[in-house]
Ligand binder design. Structure first.
Ligand code: SAM
Length: 273
């Protein structure tokens, strides 16, 4: 069970604020997705699990750079209205740019813990890799249920503890102080118990999507590892960047120039009572 009280300490909050203050880290993930080998990409797979009807209204909380919609918007049912929100103004700015000329969504800077919508407005709410970064997850669920129509759908994704494990394993080879996997229970992951949803949700389903990326860009691997692991639980990795680059390069040379990276994510589908 997750401890969903205001359990994110001040240091973690500051870290995340800093992390999402710019789009730099998310842009690395955008660059990785074309290396996927799963014939059904994560965005299209998610869309298949989201029962949208023509003219439905969907809210995305924590939209980041809007990369999800760039891929799925040509496949949406007719007349679907999208509202993209994020607590970070830099993300909303980037999402506007990503979606310029596409589907004409609404954009708002908004916090999922205190959404600005006054009443019930949406047929679906989507949170893609967001809730683990929200200090009070219960408050987020309560706000999502407040703006969802009865019978509406909330979908949210969670990472597996195994997500991109090859990066952690490679770092652990570099130096004993890079322990992988990290100790401690994650607040929200595919392996955690089902999170405490507000009493307003039922019919929870969890599906899993796995992709093996065949990455041929060594700098992208190194930058992604530094971006993902240079955090709260790991020491500053920048002094090790050179050695890590050598390790990645030697591994790729033995493997036809490819670094395999496995992504593993879960998707909760919940219906509002
Ligand atoms: C890992 S990123 C995911 C972005 C996007 N959904 C994607 O999949 O590319 C997490 C996003 O959640 C946003 N976020 C974090 N806390 C939030 C909050 N309390 N309310 C709304 N957005 C939040 C961050 O600014 C960031 O854009």
């Amino acid at each position: 069970m997750i401890d969903d009280k205001n359990d994110m300490d001040e240091r973690s909050r500051e870290f995340l604020k800093d992390r999402f203050g710019t789009t730099k880290n998310l842009e690395l993930l955008d660059r990785l997705s074309p290396f996927g080998t799963n014939p059904e990409s994560w965005p299209l797979w998610v869309l298949r699990h989201l029962p949208l009807k023509p003219h439905d209204a969907i809210l995305e909380v924590g939209c980041g750079t809007g990369r999800f919609w760039a891929e799925v918007s040509p496949h949406l049912p007719v007349g679907v209205r999208i509202c993209l929100t994020d607590v970070s103004p830099a993300m909303v700015f980037a999402a506007r740019k990503t979606m310029a000329g596409e589907h004409d969504p609404d954009f708002l800077v908004d916090d999922v813990e205190s959404l600005c919508f006054k009443g019930v407005c949406f047929d679906a709410v989507f949170a893609n890799h967001v809730l683990h970064a929200v200090p009070n997850i219960s408050a987020a669920f309560a706000e999502i249920s407040r703006v969802l129509k009865p019978g509406g759908i909330m979908i949210f994704s969670v990472m597996s503890n195994e997500h991109m494990r090859e990066l952690g394993v490679a770092l652990a080879e570099l130096h004993p102080k890079f322990v992988y996997p990290t100790s401690g229970v994650r607040r929200l992951s595919l392996e955690c118990d089902k999170p405490e949803l507000s009493a307003r949700f039922h019919t929870v389903r969890v599906n899993t999507h796995v992709d093996v990326l065949e990455v041929s860009d060594k700098d992208l691997i190194v930058d992604t590892a530094l971006s993902i692991f240079n955090g709260i639980k790991y020491p500053d990795l920048s002094p090790y960047a050179g050695d890590f680059k050598k390790l990645v390069l030697s591994r790729m040379q033995k493997n036809d120039g490819i670094f395999h990276l496995t992504t593993k994510n879960g998707l909760y589908t919940c219906r509002r009572i």
